[in-house]
Design a protein. Structure first.
Lengths: 117, 111
């Protein structure tokens, strides 16, 4: 597609359940990022992929959070045993990374709004 | 640890007026970005500033970067209602490939 695509756009889950959020980056972008935005807050970095590897996982808030990327394209962010404090909008972004002239500009998807009851 | 601060956090201004949003950051960087976010929407890239003294303009918005002062400004000229949004600056600590975002400035333009 033309832009970064995320699904689901909205997810309501019960505390303790696992959720998976999906991101399909812009074709040709080798770098992929996950950020989290809580209500009225700024953006919190979670994890960054270059190709299929994740050189920086420093932002993952706990071991309940994990992410993978396969085929250098689609990424999945998994949250296990969700807690109410996990409620937020999870934003995915992509960039050219090492694929060419890279200004570092990120292109964001519309986000997945997660609500944990 | 890189810290990025914006001020003001909230800005309410009348149409037709000029104002400036400030973005300060704590460590050396020569890459700074401005994004716009409308309520319930994602982030839209506005400006990419890649060197000291860089100045970019688009319509009523102008952004500049002073890497020595570790400061970027977003200047709004003759504000109009459709500029109402939250504006974020973000800094790339050189070579890190990871953007650190400021807290955002919520701008409301009053007719």
């Amino acid at each position: 597609g033309a832009g970064v695509s995320q699904s689901p756009s909205n997810k309501v889950t019960e505390k303790g359940k696992d959720v998976e959020l999906r991101c399909d980056p812009i074709s040709g972008h080798t770098a992929l990022y996950w950020y989290r935005q809580s209500l009225g807050q700024g953006l919190e970095f979670l994890i960054y992929f270059q190709g299929n590897s994740a050189p920086d996982k420093s932002g993952l808030p706990s071991d309940r959070f994990s992410a993978e990327r396969t085929g250098g394209s689609v990424s999945t962010l998994t949250i296990q045993r969700t807690q109410q404090e996990d409620s937020a909008v999870y934003l995915c972004a992509s960039s050219y990374g090492l694929a060419g002239v890279n200004t570092g500009e990120l292109f964001f998807g519309e986000g997945s709004r997660l609500t944990v009851l | 640890e890189l810290k990025v601060e914006q001020n003001p956090l909230f800005l309410s201004m009348q149409e037709g007026k000029n104002y400036t949003i400030y973005c300060n950051y704590s460590t050396t960087s020569d890459r700074l970005y401005w994004y716009r976010q409308d309520p319930g929407k994602s982030l839209e890239s506005l400006f990419v500033l890649l060197s000291n003294g860089a100045v970019k303009q688009e319509g009523r918005l102008m952004a500049s970067l002073d890497t020595k002062a570790r400061l970027s400004t977003l200047h709004i000229t003759a504000a109009v209602h459709d500029l109402s949004a939250t504006y974020f600056c973000a800094v790339d600590k050189s070579g890190n490939e990871k953007l650190t975002f400021g807290t955002g400035t919520r701008l409301t333009i009053i007719p």
